[in-house]
Design a protein around this ligand. Structure first.
Ligand SMILES: *Cc1c(COP(=O)(O)O)cnc(C)c1O
Length: 398
């Protein structure tokens, strides 16, 4: 394996960490697109299965390309260990299901990605696990919910789609008193701008589909945490339930990591420019962007994030009709529920990602019918503003 000297800085590590050159001396990481591995002898196969010999067995258990990605992700996150999964939801579901047991309890923030919400609201209770939702910003509610023994806490910060920022340190403190591990879905912050493990969290999960691939090509997920938890709790679960990442997707993501920091930085500069434009634009009633001084959780943001991120939520006049007019008039920015892509994308949460949530609950989360979520890409910010100007012009009655 290529050594990664600890003195190397982050940008260097994202290009080199975890690489393992074959005897052919390839420059770019090799892609081991293989399901199985052969043994020199029956004895070697036996020794591999007893664990006395270190040898790859089967790509559901481990694969050199996947392992290279896991080492690089662990290095980026500052985690002891990482296991990748087929999708982001594979990461969230495995982290929870490997850890909690019937009769135990899980507490989660209410503002969650749709499928995260479904797991907490519908799946876990089916297995006799008590689940409790709290308003993420209400520390008293967290403390109350965590006044009894609890197995796990799941939270997202910034949240989807309203970009609420939660006090991770304070929630961790309450969770640890209740005996719970804290799992942070860090997709919106990206590993570039927020390090939940440094804030005290136990486990970090990613949909690598988002900024880590970052170019809208492949699905993948990752779970990061302490070595003992990963190897004793998570790994037996993922290996035996078959949530393995394709080596091809792992290879694409290794390439994605080489440019993650520069992409996320450039997208964030664009997002800040676009958010400022929207805040002053006619027809826009509200803008939420963690990088703006008017974000309601600004004081907290500066203590736990080092950048505002690539997502902007804004609400236009005219409710659903207004939002649809704006979106349909865009020519550059595409309508898609994906995010973290190099292309800018808009979605209307009330009728897509959050359509299954009852209207009162949506209102409670701050999502109104005029709210649009914008994932800002790598285009020239001036072109994005021109397109948004065109979209907002469609609000005026013709
Ligand atoms: C996309 C996303 C997921 C799920 O990831 P998939 O790769 O689509 O399975 C989970 N959490 C958040 C915050 C996401 O944005």
């Amino acid at each position: 394996m290529t050594d990664t000297p600890s003195s190397w800085r982050a940008a260097t590590r994202m290009v080199h960490a975890g690489s393992e050159r074959t005897p052919y001396g390839e420059t770019s990481e090799a892609l081991f697109l293989t399901s199985g591995f052969v043994y020199d002898s029956a004895e070697q196969a036996e020794g591999t299965f007893t664990g006395d010999i270190e040898h790859y067995q089967y790509s559901r258990f481990g694969n050199p390309t996947v392992a290279a990605l896991e080492r690089r992700l662990a290095d980026l996150e500052g985690a002891e260990a990482c296991i990748t999964t087929a999708t982001g939801m594979g990461a969230v579901s495995s982290a929870l299901l490997s850890h909690v047991r019937t009769g135990e309890r899980v507490v989660a923030s209410r503002a969650l990605f749709g499928s995260n919400y479904w797991i907490i609201a519908n799946l876990l209770p089916r297995y006799g696990i008590e689940t409790v939702f709290v308003d993420g910003g209400d520390l008293a509610a967290w403390r109350e919910a965590l006044a009894v023994p609890t197995a796990a806490v799941l939270l997202e910060s910034p949240s989807n789609p309203m970009l609420d920022v939660l006090d991770i340190r304070a929630i961790v403190e309450a969770a640890h008193k209740a005996g719970a591990i804290v799992i942070v879905d860090n997709v919106f912050a990206t590993p570039v701008f927020q390090k939940p493990l440094e804030l005290g969290a136990d486990v970090v999960v990613y949909s690598c589909t988002k900024h880590i691939d970052g170019q809208g090509r492949v699905l993948g997920g990752a779970v990061l945490g302490r070595k003992d938890w990963i190897s004793e709790t998570l790994q037996p679960f993922t290996r035996n339930t078959g949530n393995a990442l394709s080596p091809f997707n792992a290879w694409v993501m290794l390439k994605g990591l080489e440019t993650l920091a520069i992409r996320v930085d450039a997208m964030t500069r664009n997002a800040a420019t676009v958010a400022d434009f929207l805040a002053g634009a006619a027809g826009v009633v509200q803008v939420r962007y963690p990088g703006r001084a008017d974000h309601p959780h600004r004081d907290l943001i500066v203590t736990q994030m080092t950048g505002g991120g690539t997502l902007v939520a804004f609400t236009v006049e005219g409710g659903k009709e207004g939002a649809f007019r704006v979106m349909n008039a865009l020519r550059l920015i595409a309508i898609s529920n994906n995010l973290g892509d190099s292309r800018s994308l808009v979605t209307h949460p009330a009728t897509t990602t959050h359509m299954k949530i009852a209207p009162e609950e949506r209102a409670h989360l701050g999502i109104s019918d005029g709210t649009i979520r914008l994932s800002v890409g790598l285009e020239d910010a001036a072109d994005l503003i021109e397109d948004l100007r065109r979209g907002l012009a469609a609000l005026a009655p013709v």
